[in-house]
Design a protein. Structure first.
Length: 438
């Protein structure tokens, strides 16, 4: 999921059970109809530096689709701060678009509403088959054992972006591979008057993505095997505290970043104010802000020890955007044709190049355009050391509850208050109490 968003708060707590009864689909069979064969509405997520940038990227492709099929696509680019609320409102009202982008971490939550078209073998056959897509991307399309609620569109992973000149000035010859190395390097960087590492302390999604990775590295899980919240186990508490301690104890992240939620840390990095950035597929964003690709390097996100891999060496969540179809669309055939178009090899190359993301379509991913040293880090991370966030129905509430807990902990650090294991556990207990009953 694209981390430029601040996670939606208000509508996340809507009852998913209510949503499931409110949107059975537009036809008696619950599978859509074809009453408007020449028109589609499409909610695209804000992937670029601005809504205007996205329109510039997408509109020529939609025009191309119309020329090929005669189907006109009405585009609306929805900011991340609004997208989940908009989708949940649409699932309860039944008044949504025909096709939409969703953050891949929401797949299981939105699947539970019953509002989205299931991608069974028959529907996958209409777009060339399930086997076209990378297994890691398919792992974030819905609950295990169920037909996916969406189709992968863009794949992303976190990486460590570092300013080459700042590193050279500080006498650092290579990027840190472990958190201890990052802490040591940060002291050298700060001694030269630069900020070490940026963060978006008020961005709930960024908080979730990072504490999820820290939990994996500490051998912790936020949910039990049967999908129940388990936010207060000692290892989870330790993992969350270790992330917050990058600001509270280690002084690696500036306290001012506790208020960041709208890409300010990306801008700080692009402007040379800070040495390092943990971000998803940031190249297009940095380029839009005037930072040359030669000015920075890309390395895997650090681990506690050793090198990135599976288990406790996980260093990224499987990030990305999925494409879904509302069941009650008046043009189910046109909607599936549009998904086929957007996931074609040609369009995958165009769109993922524009957004510096990785195609989840395997044949497109092998294109030379995605074989640069920068994309190699992202591709290798997705293939070997990334894990899917919990594919449970309450995942969106988890993002809000735990993301808010981490936001509040950062705010306490910025206010000069100590963060202890007990205070972290108290915040996580409050978050767990906000989760829906099983």
């Amino acid at each position: 999921m694209r981390s430029i968003r601040a996670a939606a708060v208000g509508a996340v707590t809507l009852s998913l059970a209510l949503a499931a009864t409110a949107c059975g689909g537009g036809s008696s069979a619950g599978g859509g109809s074809n009453d408007s064969p020449k028109a589609l509405t499409y909610w695209a997520s804000n992937q670029g530096a601005s809504v205007a940038v996205d329109k510039k990227v997408l509109q020529p492709e939609l025009d191309k689709f119309e020329k090929q099929t005669g189907i006109k696509v009405k585009l609306e680019v929805v900011p991340w701060s609004d997208l989940l609320n908009r989708i949940l409102t649409a699932t309860t009202s039944g008044q949504g678009p025909d096709v939409l982008n969703i953050g891949n971490t929401w797949s299981a939550s939105l699947q539970a509403t019953g509002a989205l078209l299931p991608w069974d073998a028959k529907n996958f056959a209409k777009i060339g088959g399930r086997d076209r897509f990378a297994g890691t991307a398919l792992g974030s399309t819905g609950a295990e054992g169920k037909d996916p609620a969406a189709v992968p569109l863009y794949s992303m992973a976190y990486a460590l972006y570092y300013n080459k000149q700042i590193f050279a000035d500080a006498g650092i010859s290579k990027p840190p591979a472990t958190w201890d190395e990052l802490r040591t390097d940060s002291k050298k960087i700060q001694a030269k008057g630069k900020s070490a590492l940026g963060a978006e302390g008020s961005n709930l999604s960024e908080n979730i993505h990072h504490v999820f990775v820290f939990a994996k590295q500490h051998g912790a899980e936020f949910f039990t095997a049967d999908g129940k919240p388990d936010f207060t186990s000692p290892k989870v508490v330790e993992a969350v505290k270790s992330y917050v301690d990058l600001m509270a104890k280690d002084k690696v992240i500036p306290t001012g970043d506790a208020e960041y939620a709208q890409n300010q840390s990306v801008s700080d990095f692009a402007k040379g104010k800070q040495a390092m950035l943990l971000w998803q597929s940031a190249a297009a964003n940095l380029k839009s802000q005037g930072m040359s690709e030669d000015a920075y390097g890309i390395a895997p996100v650090p681990v506690i020890s050793g090198t990135p891999g599976s288990g406790t060496q996980v260093n990224s969540a499987v990030m990305g955007i999925n494409m879904a179809v509302f069941k009650n669309t008046d043009n189910v055939d046109g909607a599936t044709r549009f998904v086929k178009f957007m996931t074609s090899d040609a369009e995958q190359k165009i769109l993922n190049t524009a957004y510096s993301s990785i195609p989840p379509v395997k044949s497109a991913q092998s294109d030379a355009a995605f074989s640069t040293p920068a994309t190699a880090v992202l591709k290798n991370t997705l293939a070997t050391s990334a894990a899917a966030l919990p594919q449970v129905a309450s995942e969106s509430q988890f993002e809000t509850a735990v993301g808010t807990a981490v936001k509040d902990l950062f705010a306490e650090v910025a206010a000069g208050r100590a963060v202890t294991a007990e205070s972290v556990k108290a915040k996580l207990e409050k978050a767990q109490q906000q989760m829906p009953a099983a």
